[in-house]
Design a protein around this ligand. Structure first.
Ligand code: M6R
Length: 605
């Protein structure tokens, strides 16, 4: 994710940048750095690790400057390290910049620049940009940025300094946020408003492909052709505390609404290059070497693993073993040097999952980590890593990380299918189209937020909730049930729909809430019968189903979601479950972001 800031004016630039970065640390905290223009040169100070290290390092530095930029990093390309930290210079240190986003064609650009004699010192995608600017520069910064945008693919918010223009800050953006804060004789830029809210409430929100030229007394915005455009200045009325959550009431709510972008970021550049390992993993994977595959994880990540099993077995017809990490580590699992153990973890620090990974390595397995936090223990110790690009997840209840894990599992499934020759070109193209369409479909589900809130209001007093489904829908149901327990503190269980009559149906009474997940068209009729059975015994029935599913006489409430290929429906079916749990928790007046007895990262056994 990453956060960027910039300032031009008469305050202590270093202090403005550091305080802004402090407000953006939620966007990443792998490293922090600043660049300041001084009379002689542009000076960079950066530190691997959290912002406080940079604050300590710069505490007694008194740097005379009126212009600077800063960055807090969420590592994507290249591990957290001094060299990979931003800002990044070009070769003669005349251009420096900070970047939030992912440059999808960086490898192609890097090869081109290396052939032309440019040297690279980091593993980042970002470093191609200052070199490319140097190559394109013909005397006009704006003209160069116009050409630069034509060459970059992917997402970027860039703040750029040229040492021959010591009073001017340049910015461009596409698919990553960038906001200008307008002050009196001073101006600011940042990835998010809280970074400068203590100084100004007047903002301009830059649109994609716009370019900004900013001095202390002027902000000029240009379109991608270099034509100056008129912009609207808005006044921010939120408090600083509300602004940190981007105007949302809770981090969980914010993270739920970030999911369309998370899907795009996790897919970024990967679907089109699925056969080249290097775009997908951080090192090569020889999938045909293995005769057994395990998925191991805890909690929500375990539920993503179950979807992985279902998908791979269905699409590729190879058996997959799945275990929760705390079971795997003590069951003496059948693992050897022909086994691939896939561990899934948002934090990359979960004690049981880390122990499972170490056990797998002891037994000579190859380990693949699907991890959100770059540089975490599981990332470092896995032989191979496939990163989810969810950005920092702050709410204890995992939402966007689960979605990113599912997207990675979809990518992994297609990768294995292609490598094993289990997918034809048209099948691949169809799957690709479905996956690419998911982010928009998630947006469509999120538009139903008010209806879902009303449904949560109707049922939040339920004392017992059952989530039921068949096949993959059952695994989705498990995630819905966990979320409800975790933040609403409502007792709930997930059941395979067909199992109800073997015992749990005895618990059905007036007003028991049963939530049915009905995405698998082969099994819908069967699950509908099970729902009718519980309804006949007094239960209230809420169904999550594809548009067009006939639920007359079955459901008391329905949340329809856009139709999609059932293999990839879990992402969509889960969104209403997140919102139901979120709003029930709100109506029950719980602490949504920090539920009782829980921690974000479970580093004990
Ligand atoms: O960081 P991890 O993905 O390894 O965490 C695993 C579980 O602790 C986590 O998913 C937990 O179940 C969540 N709080 C669920 O929302």
């Amino acid at each position: 994710m990453c956060g960027i800031v910039g300032y031009v004016g008469n305050r202590d630039v270093k202090e403005v940048l550091l305080s802004g970065l402090g407000k953006l640390e939620y966007r990443g905290y792998d490293s922090a750095g600043i660049a300041l223009t001084t009379k002689k040169e542009i000076q960079i100070i950066k530190e691997n690790g959290r912002l406080e290290k940079l604050e300590k390092k710069t505490k007694n530095m008194n740097i005379q400057s009126n212009l600077g930029i800063g960055h807090t990093r969420w590592a994507t390309h290249g591990k957290p390290s001094d060299l990979n930290s931003h800002p990044h210079f070009n070769k003669d240190k005349s251009i420096v910049l900070v970047h939030n986003g992912i440059i999808e064609n960086y490898l192609e650009l890097k090869n081109e620049l290396i052939k032309e004699g440019y040297d690279f010192i980091s593993e980042t995608d970002t470093e191609v940009i200052p070199h490319l600017i140097q190559k394109l520069y013909q005397g006009s910064a704006l003209e160069t940025l116009k050409l630069l945008q034509e060459r970059l693919r992917g997402s970027y918010a860039l703040a750029i300094l040229f040492n021959n223009e010591p009073d001017t800050l340049y910015c461009i953006k596409k698919d990553s946020p960038l906001i200008v804060g307008k002050g009196k004789d001073e101006n600011f830029i940042a990835s998010d408003i809280p970074a400068f809210l203590e100084y100004t409430r007047e903002v301009i929100i830059l649109e994609d492909k716009q370019m900004a030229k900013i001095t202390a007394d002027e902000v000029k915005i240009y379109d991608e052709n270099g034509e100056e455009v008129a912009t609207e200045t808005k006044e921010i009325t939120w408090s600083i505390a509300a602004a940190e959550k981007g105007g949302y009431d809770h981090f969980m709510q914010k993270e739920i609404f970030e999911q369309p972008k998370v899907i795009r970021d996790t897919l970024s550049g990967r679907l089109s290059a699925l056969t080249t390992d290097v775009q997908l993993f951080d090192t090569k994977l020889d999938i045909n070497h293995f005769n057994r595959i395990y998925f191991v994880a805890c909690g929500t990540a375990y539920h993503a693993a179950l979807i992985g099993k279902s998908l791979i077995e269905k699409m590729i017809r190879i058996p997959i073993e799945v275990d929760v990490s705390s079971e795997f580590r003590y069951k003496d699992p059948i693992v050897d040097n022909k086994t691939l153990v896939v561990v899934i973890s948002q934090s990359g620090e979960t004690a049981d999952t880390l122990a499972a990974l170490r056990l797998a390595k002891e037994k000579k397995a190859t380990t693949l980590g699907i991890v959100n936090v770059v540089g975490s223990s599981i990332d470092r110790e896995s032989d191979i890593t496939l990163y989810t690009s969810a950005g920092p997840e702050i709410a204890v209840a995992s939402t966007k990380a689960y979605t990113a894990q599912l997207v990675c599992i979809y990518l992994l499934t297609l990768y294995i299918a292609l490598k094993k020759g289990k997918m034809t070109e048209p099948e691949f193209e169809e799957a690709k189209k479905e996956i690419l369409g998911l982010s928009h479909k998630v947006e469509m589900v999120l538009e139903k937020v008010e209806d879902i809130r009303e449904i949560a209001k109707k049922y939040y007093k339920s004392k017992n909730v059952f989530y039921i489904g068949r096949g993959m829908d059952y695994y989705v149901a498990k995630e819905g049930s966990l979320k409800l327990k975790e933040i609403a503190y409502v007792h709930s269980e997930a059941y395979e729909a067909g199992e109800l009559k073997h015992g749990p149906i005895a618990l059905m009474e007036n007003a028991t809430l049963v939530i049915g997940i009905l995405m698998d068209d082969r099994l819908i009729e069967k699950t509908i019968s099970n729902l009718k059975e519980v309804k006949a015994r007094g239960a209230k029935v809420l169904v999550i189903a594809e548009e067009g599913t006939d639920l007359s006489d079955t459901a008391d409430s329905v949340i329809y979601i856009p139709s999609t290929k059932k293999e990839f429906s879990s992402v969509l079916a889960n969104i209403p479950q997140q919102l139901i749990a979120y709003y029930m928790s709100i109506f029950l007046e719980n602490d949504v972001d920090k539920p009782r007895n829980l921690a974000k990262s479970v580093t004990v056994e």
